[in-house]
Design a protein around this ligand. Structure first.
Ligand code: ADP
Ligand code: MG
Length: 247
């Protein structure tokens, strides 16, 4: 990752409340093109909320979020523009159960980008090959293992040609033997230069690909460091406590 790359995501003094509950407290973050960031922290610390604000699945109330020169507002055109640049993969895959794998991958390109079915299918097959499940294209999500479903979810996101990918604990709902196959795909994506923000506690993955680890607690970014520095020698007491619990 080159230091002089443009900044593609910026959070400036971002604050969010759920009712009275102050869930994000003045979060500041700059992500450069091609950068890989791993976000970790205790359950309930605001990790999901923060990354969901970046593509406006959640709305922040104060501060600015800028994605590729676009200031995120409530305007639908603006939200659509940001979502074109930002793909997201969730813990629970969120595939459409009544559509085949191929149809899941073609839906958004056809309806949002108006790409003809034939072209959308060709692109989908290309990405299903990249995640190593082209043979599953005509099956329904329920017929696939969790690891395969998550790889479909990644392929589906890539079909929209995003510049930035958000991952929210993509392996934490998987049986242990399926974690590796999903991480392998993510490592490959990282090596191809994708800008990635990943909420994950997979330390091996973080050490292998992350430029930075961000540790969140109680709605704040408490610590930010290289993976080696953070995992070997966290600076904050909260970071130390967290690591002692996940190790
Ligand atoms: P994390 O992903 O780090 O586990 P979340 O961002 O999901 O944390 O949640 C942060 C806090 O906000 C938690 O205390 C959670 O209970 C609360 N929260 C999350 N979503 C909502 C919601 N829609 N309404 C009210 N509180 C919420
Ligand atoms: Mg979460």
């Amino acid at each position: 990752m080159e230091k002089n790359q443009e900044i593609v995501v910026e959070l400036r003094d971002v604050n969010k409340w759920y009712g009275e509950f102050h869930v994000l407290k003045s979060v500041n973050l700059k992500v450069r093109k091609g950068e890989k960031i791993v976000i970790c922290g205790p359950s309930g610390s605001g990790k999901s909320t923060m990354i969901r604000c970046i593509n406006r699945l959640e709305e922040h109330q104060r501060g600015d979020i800028i994605v590729k020169d676009t200031l995120l507002t409530g305007d639908i055109k603006n939200i659509e523009s940001v979502r074109r640049d930002v793909g997201m993969v969730f813990q629970h895959f969120n595939l459409f159960p009544h559509l085949t794998v191929l149809e899941n991958c073609c839906l958004a390109p056809m309806w949002v980008k108006k790409i003809p079915r034939k072209d959308a299918e060709a692109t989908a097959m290309k990405f299903l090959e990249r995640v190593r499940i082209p043979d599953q294209a005509l099956k329904y999500p329920g017929q696939l293992s969790g690891g395969q479903q998550q790889r479909v979810a990644i392929a589906r996101s890539l079909c929209m040609n995003p510049e930035i990918m958000l991952f929210d604990e993509p392996t934490s709902a998987l049986d242990p033997e399926m974690v590796r196959e999903v991480l392998d795909v993510m490592v490959e994506l990282a090596s191809e230069g994708m800008t990635m923000l990943c909420v994950t506690h997979e330390m091996g993955f973080a050490k292998q690909v992350a430029d930075r680890v961000i540790f969140m607690d109680r709605g704040q970014i408490v610590e930010e460091n290289t993976p080696d520095a953070f995992f070997l020698n966290p600076q904050s007491e909260r970071g130390k406590l967290f690591l002692s619990q996940i190790l």
